[in-house]
Every structure is written in structure tokens, then in C-alpha cells.
Design a protein around this ligand. Structure first.
Ligand code: LLP
Length: 383
């Protein structure tokens, strides 16, 4: 836990909106994963938070990376990851991504039959299987349902493994990732069991990669038991790809109160919104909101950002003490898919980020300036 006085100090020093991360909580999350999954190989899905400092810390801790774009592969390379430490995934990989993954000796996750002919020669590959199950999460976050664009069908999987071998590739095994922020741990067991049923057709494989998707309160030991049981059916080593679980709890978005407005509803206006944290607007996600000020007279507020969009709300119906402009609000569980999905809509500069480690603040991303936002635009006349 970062002390409250230190949160104030960070906001004063780096300005707001500001993302802060607690290194100790990140380490604790990794320890929980290792405690549950034992010697399974962990690949961090860096889409959750690709900050280079966070990646370097995970790399030092022996974690590999799952990458889904040329940019993410470049980040992995930047922190010295290659070969066995790298997975390249994605439903529509570009030529550049095959080339970069091939150059670095990554393992590819094959998402469709055609890909077998697109891989660099002699690639290591897993076949992503869609178990065709309803998954207990927001529709946008479910990837293992029958209508989802991800993976090959259960019926296609064996043929794709065979095609990989015949194509001179190293067919390592199978991959499954059923979605993100999954509420019911039973979904994992059901998905892994469907994969295990393939054993009769595939024979033994070297690796079973069960992806990520664990909610923050997930029963990791239970998920791990189900994953291990499926891996044992194949005689396979187990790989996992957690994203959210490793970083969400560690992250907090700090935002200052700009003012209030009473127009039928009580709006608490703050200096962060959809451009800094899109999840409430995009998925109806609920992040815990904590007032870092003291006061009497609790009232119920909708926390609204500065964007000219009605959906630009960080939280609804939260009870807070009477606010004053300048007061500091903490939006919790924001370390995953927060900064990573922040944008520059409205030419807003993406926020700064700081890491709390060993009782000290360390800046890990400076606040963007407007000229950073338009840096790639060319050809405009100068006045
Ligand atoms: N592996 C694969 C193949 C994935 O597609 C993902 C996430 C992960 C691992 C990591 O999943 P996690 O452990 O983080 O749930 N923007 C959304 C989340 C999208 C996740 C996409 N894939 C959000 O803000 O909730």
C-alpha cells in the first residue's frame, strides 16, 4: 500500500492526471501466480501495461512476454527478451510481425489454418483453439465463444498441428485463451477440459498454453489445478499468459477535483476521464474510487471527466465527503488496461506514470506535451 501522504506528494511533484504503481504489489501478484502455478512458464501479456520499466522488472524476475503487435515485439526486444521468452500472437499478424518474431526466434500462436504458410521457416508454433463456450464476462472481453474471431475450431486443431509439422515447423502444442476479467472460475475448467478431449486425436504435445483472463479475485489455485490436469492429459508443460492479474491492483489513477455541478444529478468534475481511463465507458467497468481528503457530509456523486462526451464518466453513484477544487481522488485497480488504453483524443496529452519502490517515487513516463501528440503530422504550413 502506498501511504496516503506519498500519493499527495506524487500528485504535487508529477501533476495530475497521474498513474502510480506500487512495485511491492506487482511483486506480490507475481508471487501469487508462481505460488499457484508452480513451475509453469509465465508470459506477461504486455497489452495490459507495456511501460518499459514495468517490463524490465518482470524480465529480471524471469517472466517472458506475449506480444500482439510490431510495437509490442519492439518493446520486448528493447528490454532484451527474445527466443524462448517471446510469444507472438494475434488474429491478423502483419508481414512485419512474422519477420520480427522470426528474427527473434519467438514462438508463434497460430490463429487460423492459412497462417501455417505464412510463418518464417522452421518456426516454433502453438495452435490456438476456440473451445466454443459461453464465457462469464462482458461481450467485448469474451474470446472463447463460438462466434468469436479467435482461434481454430476444435475440429480443425489436429489438422493444423499436422500441417505445421508437414510444413517443417516445430508444432509445440495447443493454446487457449477464453477471455478477460472472467467472473466464473468454472469457465476455465470447462474450456481446458474441451481441449483435453482433443488428446485422442493429437496424441501427446510438448506445451499447453492456457492464456490469461483471470479476474482480480480469481481462485488461482483452482484455475491452476484445472490447467495442470489438462496439461497432464497431453504430457505437456504448462504455459500461462497473465496480463491484468500481474499489474491491475498495483496501479492507481490520481485525478484532481476541478469543481462540482448540480443539475438533477451531482457531478464531481475531475481532470481525468475517458482519455485516461476508458474502461468504465467502454465496458461499464467499475473501479473503486477513494477520496484522499477528509470531510463531513457524505453525498452521492457521478465522477465526470473533461471530455465533451456524455459517456465520459469514471464512476457513478459513489459516496464521497464534500469536495473542494484541488482535492485528490484515487481510482483503484487501474494498473491494467488503464495507461495502456489512454489516448490523445481532444489532443489531450497522455498522463505521466510513476513507480513507488523502496519508499521512493521514480518517474517512469513523463507527461506528454501537445507537440508530442502532433509530432507525426507533416505538411502543415507554419504561421
Ligand atoms: N493472452 C491472450 C491471447 C490475450 O488476448 C489476452 C488479453 C491475455 C493473454 C491477457 O488477458 P488478461 O489476463 O489481462 O485478462 N482491454 C480489456 C482487456 C482485453 C484483453 C485482451 N486480451 C480490458 O480493459 O478489460
Amino acid at each position: 500500500m502506498i501511504p496516503r501522504a506519498s500519493l499527495h506528494a506524487a500528485a504535487d511533484r508529477f501533476g495530475t492526471p497521474l498513474y502510480v504503481y506500487d512495485a511491492a504489489e506487482m511483486d506480490a501478484a507475481l508471487a501469487r501466480v508462481r505460488g499457484a502455478f508452480g513451475d509453469a512458464r509465465a508470459f506477461y501479456a504486455m497489452k495490459a501495461n507495456p511501460n518499459l520499466t514495468l517490463l524490465s522488472r518482470l524480465r529480471v524476475a524471469g517472466v517472458g512476454f506475449e506480444c500482439v503487435s510490431a510495437g509490442e515485439i519492439a518493446r520486448a526486444e528493447h528490454v532484451g527478451a527474445w527466443g524462448d521468452d517471446l510469444i507472438v500472437n494475434g488474429p491478423a499478424k502483419s508481414r512485419e510481425e512474422y519477420a520480427a518474431g522470426g528474427r527473434l526466434g519467438a514462438t508463434f500462436v497460430v490463429d487460423r489454418e492459412e497462417e501455417v504458410g505464412l510463418l518464417p521457416p522452421g518456426s516454433r508454433a502453438l495452435v490456438r483453439v476456440n473451445p466454443a463456450l459461453e464465457v462469464s464476462t462482458h461481450d467485448h472481453l469474451a474470446t472463447g465463444a463460438a462466434g468469436s474471431k479467435f482461434g481454430v475450431t476444435l475440429a480443425q486443431a489436429t489438422g493444423v498441428l499436422r500441417a505445421l509439422r508437414e510444413g517443417g515447423h516445430h508444432a509445440l502444442g495447443l493454446h487457449v485463451h477464453i477471455g478477460s476479467a472472467i467472473r466464473d472460475a468454472g469457465d476455465f475448467g470447462a474450456a481446458f477440459a474441451r481441449l483435453a478431449d482433443l488428446r485422442a486425436h493429437t496424441g501427446e504435445v510438448e506445451v499447453l498454453d492456457v492464456g490469461g483472463g483471470w479476474g482480480l479475485d480469481a481462485d488461482l489455485p483452482g484455475i491452476a489445478r484445472a490447467a495442470r490436469a489438462a496439461a497432464d492429459v497431453f504430457g505437456a508443460r504448462l504455459w500461462v499468459e497473465p496480463g491484468r492479474y500481474l499489474v491491475a491492483r498495483a496501479g492507481t489513477l490520481l485525478t484532481r477535483v476541478v469543481g462540482t455541478k448540480r443539475t438533477g444529478r451531482n457531478f464531481l468534475l475531475v481532470d481525468a476521464g475517458m482519455t485516461e481511463l476508458l474502461r468504465p465507458m467502454l465496458y461499464g467497468a467499475e473501479h473503486p474510487v477513494t477520496a484522499l481528503w477528509n470531510g463531513e457530509r457524505a453525498e452521492v456523486w457521478d465522477v465526470a471527466g473533461p471530455a465533451c462526451e456524455s459517456g465520459d464518466l469514471l464512476a457513478r453513484d459513489v459516496t464521497l465527503p464534500a469536495p473542494t477544487p484541488g482535492d485528490l481522488l484515487a481510482v483503484g485497480d487501474a494498473g491494467a488496461y488503464g495507461a495502456a488504453m489512454s489516448g490523445t483524443y481532444l489532443t489531450r496529452s497522455r498522463p505521466a506514470e510513476a513507480l513507488w519502490e523502496g519508499g521512493e517515487w521514480r518517474p517512469i513516463r513523463r507527461r506528454e506535451r501537445p507537440e508530442d501528440v502532433w509530432a507525426a503530422e507533416v505538411g502543415a504550413a507554419k504561421f
